[in-house]
Design a protein around this ligand. Structure first.
Ligand SMILES: [Zn+2]
Length: 71
């Protein structure tokens, strides 16, 4: 999982394998937090797990594929 740049729009992305073992592009993004319960109280916890697929945000997404594949 190393940093890269989208060939379509030039934005920084990273590639990671999905559960099927296929590489998918993910957006580099600002820190994301998830809400977790700690002692019955909601706390915001930084997560490194949540990414947005670049297919959803790329202005050139149609260049990659016409059909969306289920993940
Ligand atoms: Zn792009």
């Amino acid at each position: 999982v190393s940093g890269s740049v989208c060939k379509g729009c030039g934005k920084p992305i990273r590639f990671a394998k999905n559960l099927a073992g296929k590489y998918i592009p993910l957006d580099e993004r600002a820190p994301v937090y998830e809400i977790v319960k700690v002692l019955g109280e909601e706390r915001a916890q930084l997560t490194e797990r949540a990414f947005v697929t670049h297919f959803a945000t790329c202005a050139k997404a149609n260049d990659f594929s016409k059909k969306k594949e289920a993940t």
